[in-house]
Design a protein around this ligand. Structure first.
Ligand SMILES: Nc1ncnc2c1ncn2[C@@H]1O[C@H](COP(=O)(O)OP(=O)(O)OP(=O)(O)O)[C@@H](O)[C@H]1O
Length: 352
């Protein structure tokens, strides 16, 4: 707590442009935290012009970093009124200073392999030496416990969620928050508050990157989730089929609406090589996602083949990215591409 007091004292030296009081007593900042050398807070920008808000944010950042022991800072801006600059996360949650970068995996259509891709990307990023978390927020079909081979129930310590440590990363699933034998109908506010609970009340420890598997689709639930989480960027998964691509474009539009940069598109269930004769066929078409990405000016992150081994590895709870075969390599290459894409967005921390 001493560190947080020091942060507060450093912030109290800054004047609030509107009231003239210091920014702490003016209620401009809240949720001040310091964890593992990273400071975080929420800055309310109500009543400030865009220019004043930016200037104040820069001064707060410098003040936080001037405190001994602070290596980085995350400032989340919120605005209640329309006269303030509208940040991409108007209902932003408490800051998560231990998590350097959060990326979402989304898809317009269900069943395109989004969860398989999310789990394998997370495993591949962890294999690159990063500290990785995987949060399964897919309320319609939470599959991370199965994909990661973990069937135990979620545990709590000091009222905080303890993530499962599997395959070199930390995982939490919305499926673990409910009775597995009972179907749960998640309504919008319930789904997003469960997501926020998993995000903020899990003992993630320091993470370079947290991969969030969002529910498929572009409805209100997905929009709220994309808005509430401080995302550095989103990855869109699609099959090459026209039908899936139409929905993938809607997903790109949804993230755009809330100001979340698209890191790129992934084509899943791309080429199929017959294991018996080696013949190559394109069951759902081929190259559609790459063409769609090019048409939208987005990065194409890579293609994943349609392969029985991927399905079997998923069912067995041993993600294919752990293996050295072609499909495993495809996921590892995509992890490299994602890191490259993150370097180009201003919202991501440096996770080289
Ligand atoms: N490239 C692939 N090759 C073979 N099978 C795959 C591939 N990708 C995913 N699958 C299989 O397809 C099924 C659906 O995958 P997954 O659950 O990841 O899709 P999803 O898009 O997350 O679905 P939902 O919309 O239900 O969330 C699973 O059985 C999975 O093992």
């Amino acid at each position: 707590m001493a560190g947080e007091e020091q942060l507060r004292a450093a912030l109290a030296r800054l004047a609030d442009p509107v009231s003239g009081k210091d920014i702490v007593s003016a209620g401009r900042v809240s949720g001040i935290v310091l964890r593992s050398g990273r400071a975080g807070l929420v800055l309310a920008t109500d009543g400030l012009s865009a220019h004043d808000a930016k200037t104040l944010e820069a001064r707060i950042d410098a003040a936080l970093r001037s405190v001994p022991g602070v290596e980085g800072a995350r400032i989340i801006t919120t605005a209640e009124r329309g006269d303030a600059p509208q940040g991409p996360h108007p209902t932003a949650p408490a800051p998560l200073p231990e998590i350097r970068t959060i990326i979402a995996v989304g898809s317009g259509k269900g069943g395109v392999g989004k969860s398989t891709v999310a789990a394998n990307i997370a495993v591949a990023l962890a294999a690159r030496g990063l500290k990785v978390g995987l949060l399964d927020a897919d309320i319609y079909g939470p599959s991370v416990p199965m994909l990661m081979g973990r069937q135990e129930r979620l545990t709590l310590r000091d009222k905080r969620i303890q993530p499962a440590e599997v395959h070199g990363l930390k995982a939490v699933s919305i499926g673990e928050m409910t009775d597995p034998d009972r179907a749960v109908v998640w309504r919008g506010p319930m789904a997003s508050s469960a997501l926020m609970q998993m995000l903020t009340q899990t003992d993630w420890g320091p993470l370079d990157v947290l991969v969030v598997d969002l529910p498929p689709g572009t409805g209100d639930i997905q929009l709220t989730m994309a808005q509430k989480v401080p995302l550095a960027g989103a990855v869109i998964v699609s099959t090459p089929q026209d039908l899936a691509l139409i929905d993938a474009k809607k997903a790109v539009g949804m993230f755009g609406k809330v100001g979340v940069p698209i890191l790129g598109m992934i084509e899943n269930m791309s080429t199929f090589h017959c294991p018996a004769c080696g013949h190559e066929s394109h069951i759902f078409g081929h190259g559609g996602a790459e063409a769609a990405a090019a048409a939208m000016g987005l990065r194409f992150l890579g293609a994943i083949p349609l392969e029985i081994g991927i399905r079997e590895a998923s069912d067995a709870g041993t993600p294919i990215a752990l293996k050295g075969d072609a499909a495993g390599n495809a996921f590892r290459n995509i992890a490299v591409q994602i890191q490259e894409a993150l370097k180009e967005t201003s919202r991501a921390a440096d996770i080289r």
